[in-house]
Write a protein that binds this ligand. Structure first.
Ligand SMILES: Nc1ccn([C@@H]2O[C@H](COP(=O)(O)O)[C@@H](O)[C@H]2O)c(=O)n1
Ligand code: CDI
Length: 156
């Protein structure tokens, strides 16, 4: 077994859609990024790549490459899963999104389904939770969203 950790942060930006775990959340400020800025999908992708001992997300999907402008980050997670190859399967993923809003609980099951599908596992193996930072720091001031994920790989 191997464990991986992924952490990502994106700042809010006007004129952007908010995509978290592949779910478009209406009525909220979006996040700045070269891709769709799906901070949760990025954290899970880096946890997956880290568990496999590979390079990081920016290595495989550079933010200087026009191919990844506004890219669907769930699609990038699926691509990263392909890079891992067939000798590993995902045991489970746990993840936390840190923001004052939106309330992640309202969307978490759809996020879990999207992430699980990209990873090729049952939804029950993927957890997503939200927490505020109680008004403290950049997330507390509503400047951006942070996400963290841990992922276990099991050999097949
Ligand atoms: N963005 C968020 C923040 C919180 N939640 C839910 O509320 C619970 C309490 O959060 P605290 O930060 O006040 O501890 C948390 O356990 C979540 O159920 C959320 O869904 N999305
Ligand atoms: C997937 C990528 C592609 O540009 O997305 P970005 O929106 O640039 O987000 P970031 O988390 O800063 O870096 C990962 C990038 O590789």
């Amino acid at each position: 077994m191997r464990v991986g950790l992924g952490i990502d942060v994106h700042a809010f930006a006007p004129g952007r859609r908010l995509i978290l775990g592949g779910v478009e959340i209406p009525g909220e400020l979006g996040l700045a990024g070269h891709s769709d800025a799906d901070v949760l999908a990025h954290a899970v992708t880096d946890a997956l790549l880290g568990a496999a001992g590979l390079e990081d997300i920016g290595h495989y999907f550079p933010d200087t490459d026009e191919e990844y402008r506004d890219a669907d980050s769930i699609g990038l997670l699926r691509e990263a899963r392909r890079l891992i190859g067939g000798s590993w399967r995902v045991g489970n993923v746990d993840s936390v999104v840190i923001c004052e809003r939106p309330r992640i609980r309202d969307y978490r099951d759809e996020m879990r389904r999207n992430l699980a599908q990209a990873l090729g596992v049952e939804t029950g193996r993927v957890s997503v939770r939200g927490t505020t930072s109680e008004g403290l720091g950049f997330t507390g001031r509503g400047e951006g969203i942070a996400a963290q994920a841990v992922l276990l790989l099991e050999s097949c």
